[in-house]
Design a binder for this molecule. Structure first.
Ligand code: NAD
Ligand code: WQD
Length: 340
């Protein structure tokens, strides 16, 4: 086993929602960490909060990963062992309105990272993929063998293309890559010092729920109750962001310990549990003792009826398993909301 404390991990998008939680876990585990983030969807104070939690300071560059010259300079200054590439735009709806923006940011940043990883003898890359690559799976739970279906958004398309590009580039390269397909990341750090920072009115269920309970929004709309599920509302696999952060450490360890079975690997990162929207509402009310005003509305176009993961491959090969439950996810999101 390698000594992890000697290893340097460069984290793009490291001040974002999932990135900040991962940087904390890396620092606590003893890695040297370099964060690159252009603050397009984060705030500088997240950097101070990371230091407060971890009691250690990462190196920070406020740069755009699409700027190859700036990124090359960073790789010249530091010997990087593994890159975790979070930096991307992530709003499905916005990507339908502005597809080119999404292709430019999400693909050019990835191409730059691949070039720099290749040129600088980096051991490997961990890539943020998404369950969105499966669309609406025919068979549940979704395994890594579940086929991609044609993406309905430019966002989904960048994740499918991202995985395909990585597979091609690693097949003739000398470095390894692990793509992690996240299901629905929710929750916040137990200190309530870092969490998700949604801009404007949230699209995602969890921030919508907490902002409604807080009185910032009048009422939650449940998007459809006529699906073929236990209570008619959609089923998702919600995963605590701290469990998700730990999956990245497991992927780094696998690369550093040279345990990868192929140049490019993919793993589902979920809990394996499917939860409906109404179950989330009930659990939220029970956990927080707050009444959540909601109404049933129309289906949201593009929503899949049910998506949840078979994460047994990650358990077997990455030696990673989700440990936090829905109550932990709700409690931590609510505590974070109360600090905003
Ligand atoms: P986020 O927006 O909170 O974090 C992304 C970070 O990257 C932000 O801090 C942003 O400022 C930065 N960034 C974006 N483009 C950049 C660029 N060109 N150069 C430098 N910095 C840049 O998003 P997140 O929820 O933490 O997601 C992280 C990754 O995980 C993304 O790739 C996203 O597509 C993927 N993902 C997210 C979810 C989810 O629901 N949150 C689900 C599946 C996959
Ligand atoms: C969850 C459930 C909604 C809001 C998205 C992306 C996906 C991935 C994760 C990045 C659904 C319902 C929601 C509301 C509701 N991101 N809902 N009322 O759509 O599963 O996944 O985030 O890769 O690509 O598409 O997450 O949180 O938006 O919705 O009823 O106001 O909550 O219909 O069933 P989704 P979500």
């Amino acid at each position: 086993m390698m000594n992890m404390t000697e290893k340097t991990v460069l984290v793009t998008g490291g001040l974002g929602y999932i990135g900040s939680h991962t940087v904390v876990e890396l620092l606590v585990a003893g890695y040297q960490v370099i964060v690159v983030d252009n603050l397009s969807n984060s705030e500088r104070f997240i950097f101070d909060r990371i230091i407060k939690i971890a009691q250690k300071e990462p190196v920070f560059y406020q740069d755009d990963v699409c700027d190859l010259a700036a990124m090359s300079n960073i790789f010249k200054k530091h010997q990087v062992d593994v890159v975790i590439h979070f930096a991307a735009f992530k709003s499905v709806g916005e990507s339908v309105e502005k597809p080119l923006l999404y292709y430019q940011n999400n693909l050019i940043s990835l191409l730059n990272i691949l070039q720099l990883v290749q040129e600088n003898s980096v051991e490997g890359l961990v890539f943020s993929s998404s369950a969105t690559v499966y669309g609406e799976p025919d068979v549940l739970p979704a395994t890594e063998e579940t086929p991609f279906i044609k993406a309905l958004s430019a966002y989904g398309s960048t994740k499918q293309m991202g995985e395909e590009i990585i597979e091609m580039v690693t097949s003739s390269g000398v470095f390894k890559a692990i793509s992690l397909r996240y299901f629905n990341p929710v929750g916040a750090h137990e200190t309530a010092l870092i969490g998700e920072l949604p801009k404007g009115i949230p699209n995602n269920l969890f921030p919508y729920v907490t902002q409604t309970a807080k009185g910032k929004l009048a009422m939650l709309t449940v998007f459809g109750d006529d699906y073929n599920t236990v209570d008619g509302t959609c089923v998702r696999d919600y995963i605590h962001v701290v469990d998700l952060a730990k999956a990245h450490l497991a992927a780094c360890r696998r690369i550093i310990n040279q345990e990868c079975q192929s140049a490019s690997e993919v793993y589902n990162i979920g809990t394996g549990n499917g939860t409906t929207v109404l179950e989330i509402i009930k659990q939220f009310e029970a956990t927080t003792d707050k009444l959540l005003p909601y109404k049933i509305g129309a289906r949201r176009p593009g929503d899949a009826e049910a998506v949840y993961a078979d994460s047994s491959k990650a358990e077997k090969e990455l030696l990673w398993k989700a440990t936090l439950n829905l109550k932990d996810m709700i409690q931590s999101s609510w505590a974070w909301e109360n600090t905003l």
